[in-house]
Design a protein around this ligand. Sequence first.
Ligand SMILES: [Zn+2]
Length: 138
Amino acid sequence: MKVKPLPAVPYIKIPDEGEPYLEGYKCGSCGATFLGERATCSKCGARDQMSTTTLPTRGKLYSYSIVYRSFPGIDVPYISAIVDLEDGTAIKGNLINIDPDPASIEFDMPVEVIFADALGRKDQEGNSYLSYFFQPAS
Ligand SMILES: [Zn+2]
């Protein structure tokens, strides 16, 4: 039996059928979308107008920084990025499958959201975690 990984963060949804996705919250008043649950829209201030939405898996690199500071079990350098998804949601994550070198990274380059094992992290029962990353899109 295949054990289902646990989401590394609550807004990663792992359906029984189909691909994992990121769940966002969309404002019914102004249409702004955000990652993560909230009751009040950060853009227009509307209350109790938020409903869940499936975030797109493609976007553009808005900004990044190459991180050299290591933690136990973390390989450096890695690229911490902010990506504007196609619907305008800005999300933060690590950009992978590209050299951590400014010469190979371009602002506005197309990226896609992928889901992969969260760096070998396990909970006490040995369950693995699924996390999301960005990678260059063709
Ligand atoms: Zn709003």
